[in-house]
Design a protein around this ligand. Structure first.
Ligand SMILES: CC(C)(COP(=O)(O)OP(=O)(O)OC[C@H]1O[C@@H](n2cnc3c(N)ncnc32)[C@H](O)[C@@H]1OP(=O)(O)O)[C@@H](O)C(=O)NCCC(=O)NCCS
Length: 221
């Protein structure tokens, strides 16, 4: 355990994350980073042998997955996969045979609801929001998140998406590093109380984003 913690501190962004942990303990404030990237098609994406990238934009595409796979995806997906594609979103998966390697969900602009913290984001029509990035534990630290993010950025380019945004807790070193290594930029910061109440969102206007609290949102954390 001590070894893991030391590795975390020595890892990319470890000291910065430790600073945010300290800030959170003292002030009871949670800090989130909004990261973004412009879409572009990339024809030179290479996946490790045996891995496949799937992008699912319609119910018909979802029906190509086995029931067991859909149930597995739904465990980490937030919205039900059917509802997600039903409202114009998409599901992006890396699979190895019958196993799920990593997954993420895409919601389309201009409005998107974030579950944690409970917020409403206003974006451009051609923006999309990436959420629920998850690498299944057996496949962590093998470049899965990086590959999946890069494949999704490329996949969305012909779907009339110009920019993709995501939010990451400032203490989530692995996730921030995965985005930074994939070339994402930090666009704004969101400060909330630990119960999820929005305090401020510096840099949001510059990032062409509005951030509003969800009325009567249930308390989290
Ligand atoms: C965050 C998460 C998606 C990373 O997935 P992953 O497939 O292991 O990430 P990758 O192997 O693509 O790693 C990309 C980079 O992230 C960083 N990273 C990944 N895991 C890390 C860890 N445990 N500690 C420090 N850095 C880490 C590294 O810089 C890594 O590059 P490197 O291996 O060349 O050094 C995964 O840990 C996860 O699912 N966590 C739980 C859910 C979560 O936090 N989701 C993000 C919500 S925004």
């Amino acid at each position: 355990m001590l070894k893991e913690r030391l590795e975390f501190l020595r890892g990319p962004g470890g000291l910065r994350a430790a600073g945010y942990f300290g800030l959170k303990l003292i002030t009871r404030i949670d800090v989130f980073r909004i990261v973004w990237i412009l879409t572009r098609s990339n024809t030179s994406l290479m996946l490790p042998p045996g891995w496949r990238y799937l992008s699912l934009h319609t119910e018909e595409a979802l029906s190509g997955l086995s029931r067991a796979m859909i149930e597995r995806v739904a465990e980490q997906c937030g919205p039900n996969p059917k509802q997600l594609v039903g409202r114009g979103g998409s599901l992006h998966l890396l699979v190895a045979g019958d196993s799920l390697v990593a997954q993420l969900s895409i919601e389309r602009g201009p409005n998107c609801r974030v579950d944690s913290p409970p917020l409403l984001l206003g974006m451009a029509e051609t923006d999309a929001f990436l959420g629920y990035l998850y690498t299944w534990p057996a496949y962590r630290r093998q470049g899965a998140a990086r590959c999946l993010i890069a494949a999704t950025v490329s996949d969305l380019s012909p779907h009339n998406v110009r920019r993709i945004l995501a939010h990451v807790r400032a203490t989530n070193v692995p996730s921030l590093a995965a985005f930074e290594h994939a070339g994402w930029k930090t666009g704004a910061t969101i400060l909330c109380t630990l119960s999820g109440r929005l305090l401020m969102a510096p840099g949001a206007a510059r990032a062409r984003l509005t951030v509003r609290p969800v009325a009567n949102a249930p308390k989290v954390g």
